[in-house]
Design a protein around this ligand. Structure first.
Ligand code: ZN
Length: 146
């Protein structure tokens, strides 16, 4: 009886640790972009071929929703200097008005607010545009366990 209880405790502990880790892992959206959790919504950070950044929004059930009152800004911490990107509405997306500065392997800080008066949330994304062989996502949205 004692042994069983001990095994159960270990299993519960493992399950708990497992879910805690899962929360910290990177999630990717339908466009293979990096999924960012913003209050009740999710925003998908995606780098287009022309190096502009587009942000798609989803509700909690991952249903696409138009960009509403969301305010997004991004700062590219490029080796040539920090560049601030502003976003404008294009259809249901928010798209950066300018492309990302040249190069990669620098950090892009994305700030998302659910509304003009909402608390901003910052996400630091390491810009790596090569495709991951494991999950076939861009490396900045790689969901592999490493
Ligand atoms: Zn991967």
């Amino acid at each position: 009886m004692k042994t069983i209880r001990r095994i159960l405790t270990a299993a519960t502990l493992l399950a708990f640790t497992g879910s805690a880790l899962a929360d910290a892992t990177i999630k990717a959206g339908p466009r293979k972009g990096r999924l960012l959790e913003v209050e009740k919504d999710k925003a998908e950070f995606f780098v287009e071929k022309d190096r502009t950044v587009s942000i798609d929004f989803y509700d909690n059930e991952m249903k696409s929703k138009p960009a509403a009152d969301h305010v997004v800004t991004a700062t590219a911490e490029a080796p040539s200097g920090k560049v601030k990107l502003e976003f404008e509405k294009k259809g249901d997306l928010l798209v950066s008005k300018a492309p990302l500065p040249e190069g990669e392997h620098y950090t892009v800080v994305v700030q998302v607010k659910a509304g003009a008066d909402a608390k901003p949330k910052n996400f630091r994304i390491k810009l790596d545009l090569s495709t991951c062989a494991g999950c076939s996502n861009p490396e900045y949205a790689c969901t592999c366990d490493e």
